[in-house]
Each structure stands twice: as structure tokens, then as C-alpha cells.
Design a protein around this ligand. Structure first.
Ligand code: DAH
Length: 338
């Protein structure tokens, strides 16, 4: 009988498994109700008195060996299951799915980096503005018809407070508290009360540029714009079309020559080859005076563009609403430009 217990002890010590169900059969074979251990305990009665001590000792050894085996293999199998079927603890971990930058952020960052190379610093201002900074200081006094160019969201209880309609408000704030030379770029969110369609949205983004110094001329403006369009679009043929903005005089709209080579070129330029990308001009002396800068001493240029419009041209996106719908299938296509 003792010999038999010893035989089982050897068998238990040699037992190995990687498999939970095999371990479970092992457990039932030894520790189950009708298992080996119980059978030995039952037969303990029949063991001759003089062997009882030795038999008990061997039986305890077997019992401990069985529970040790079950415990250690259970731990190991769980680790193996967590790590992977082949149990390779050095296998690389699962890489979490990382997000991508929003196309508007990519374009904004590119514009910032292009202008920062020629000395433009970033500046920002509040999205909830007052009438002075958004309109009056920019040469748009009350009842000026040009206010209708930008349908405005006013705060109902205080018509002096509004959601800024353009980032030009930032140039006023900056000129009020800094003296020339000034060279700033202000990207930001703007708001207009417009019907949402494939070409317009109530919330969109602009970048405004402002340069004030002695003897700044229209030539400086044109050079800067050519540098910019070459860097962003790879095209430096531009034309400045006379236009009107209350805060600049003279004012112009900037078109770049896009080309007429492909069907798409023809479609997006409506058969002309030219595309409008922004507004610009020489800062109106009235604006300088309103902001405490002497127009006899200083002059400057300003320009403003819509980030959505630029992104639509760069990525050939035909509907502005795509930028606001957070559809991952759309957003995942954009990679930062290096
Ligand atoms: N603020 C203009 C708009 O929202 C854009 C603009 C045009 C800004 C000409 C300027 C500028 O600084 O000179 O339509």
C-alpha cells in the first residue's frame, strides 16, 4: 500500500500541462470525491497498525504535492492565456489605435509655420467680442452698410456684445496694446449667422495677418503673399483683384493661378483657372488712429483667409460640412505634412 502511494507521488511530481481542462481532469483524478486521495484515506482503516504512521506521512506528502501542482499550473496557464496562445512573454504588446490630427488643424499649423519663418508671431483674442473691436475700430461705425457683409450673432440682452465675425478683431486688440513694428498672425474660430450649406457654415476658422512698420508698401504685401502661396500650394502666380473692405484701403482679393489642365482644375476654377483664396489690403489710416498708431509715421498691410476654404482647395473637399461632422472615415485620411 505504501508503495502505491509513493508511485502516485512520483506520477504527480512528473505531471505537466499547458491546458486548463487537462489540469481539471488531474484535479478530479486526485482530489475528486472518488479520487485517489479519498480512496487512500478510506483504506487508511485497513492499514496495519505498525504501518499507519508511515502511511499517513506518505499520504500527506501526496496530498500536498497534488494541491501544489494544481495551484502552480493554474497560475501559469492564466498567464499563458493572457499573453497569447504561444505563451511568448516577449511578444510586443498591442499597439493602441492612435488618433490623427484634424485636417483644419493640419492646415492651420502649416499656415502658422510658413508665416513664422518670416517673423510673424501668434496672437489671439476672445471669441465673444464687443462692437468696438469687431466693427467700430475697424472703420465700421454703427449703421455702416458694410456691417451687412457679415451676418452677426448678437447677445440678445446686450447688443454691444457679439460673437466675433472675423479674426480682424485681434489686430485691433494687438495694436491697442503694442507699438510698431508689429508682425502678427491670429488664427481662430469665427461665427456668422448663415444658412449651413456645402459652401458655408455658421462656425468656421480664419487666419488674419498684420504687419505695421515704417514705409510698408503694397509691394511688401504682394511679396509676402507670393511667398505664402508658393510655400502652401507650390504656386506663386497670383493676381490682386481690386475689392472693398472697410478696414483696408486699397483692398484686394487674392486669386492664385491653379491651372486648367485637368477636369478637376476646370471644375473648381469654374473654367477660369483662377481661385480666390483671401482678402487683403493696406490698413486704413482710420484704423491706425482708432488703435493709437500715428498713420503719418507708420503704415501696414493686413490679410485674412478662411482655413476651411484653403483646406477644401488643398484636399479637394467639396463640402465644408465634412469638417464638422466628425466622421472618422473622413478624418482618418489626413496625415500631417512634414
Ligand atoms: N475680415 C475679412 C473677412 O472676414 C477678411 C480680411 C480681408 C481680413 C481683408 C483682412 C483684410 O485683414 O485686409 O471677410
Amino acid at each position: 500500500m505504501i508503495e502505491e502511494v509513493k508511485k502516485h507521488l512520483k506520477k504527480v511530481n512528473n505531471f505537466k500541462t499547458q491546458d486548463l481542462s487537462e489540469l481539471e481532469s488531474f484535479r478530479i483524478e486526485y482530489s475528486g470525491k472518488k479520487g485517489v486521495l479519498n480512496n487512500f484515506f478510506i483504506s487508511f482503516r485497513n492499514v496495519p497498525k505498525e504501518d499507519k504512521k508511515q502511511f499517513g506521512k506518505e499520504l500527506n506528502l501526496l496530498k500536498n504535492a497534488v494541491s501544489e501542482k494544481i495551484k502552480s499550473f493554474k497560475g501559469e496557464i492564466n498567464i499563458v492565456n493572457e499573453v497569447g496562445a504561444n505563451g511568448d512573454l516577449f511578444r510586443p504588446g498591442l499597439v493602441p489605435d492612435s488618433g490623427t490630427r484634424h485636417p483644419l488643424s493640419i492646415v492651420r499649423n502649416r499656415i502658422i509655420s510658413i508665416f513664422s519663418k518670416i517673423g510673424f508671431n501668434l496672437s489671439d483674442g476672445p471669441e465673444i467680442e464687443d462692437d468696438w473691436h469687431n466693427f467700430t475700430a475697424l472703420n465700421l461705425p454703427e449703421h455702416h452698410p458694410a456691417r451687412d457683409m457679415q451676418d452677426t450673432f448678437f447677445i440678445q440682452t446686450n447688443p454691444d456684445i457679439l460673437l466675433r465675425t472675423h479674426t480682424s478683431s485681434v489686430q485691433v486688440r494687438y495694436m491697442e496694446s503694442n507699438s510698431p513694428p508689429i508682425r502678427i498672425l491670429s488664427p481662430g474660430r469665427v461665427f456668422r449667422n448663415e444658412a449651413i450649406s456645402s459652401r458655408s457654415h455658421c462656425i468656421f476658422h480664419q487666419v488674419e495677418g498684420l504687419y505695421i512698420n515704417k514705409d510698408v508698401s503694397f509691394v511688401d504685401l504682394k511679396q509676402t503673399l507670393q511667398y505664402f502661396t508658393k510655400a502652401l500650394f507650390g504656386k506663386s502666380t497670383i493676381r490682386l483683384r481690386p475689392s472693398y473692405f472697410p478696414f483696408t484701403e486699397p483692398s484686394a482679393e487674392v486669386d492664385i493661378y491653379w491651372g486648367l489642365e485637368t477636369e478637376t482644375d476646370r471644375r473648381i476654377t469654374k473654367g477660369t483657372g483662377w481661385l480666390e483664396i483671401m482678402g487683403c489690403g493696406m490698413v486704413d489710416p482710420n484704423v491706425l488712429i482708432n488703435c493709437g498708431i500715428d498713420p503719418e509715421e507708420y503704415s501696414g498691410y493686413a490679410f485674412g483667409m478662411g482655413i476651411e476654404r484653403i483646406a477644401m482647395l488643398l484636399y479637394q473637399v467639396s463640402d465644408i460640412r465634412m469638417f464638422f461632422e466628425n466622421d472618422l472615415r473622413f478624418l482618418k485620411q489626413f496625415k500631417p505634412h512634414t
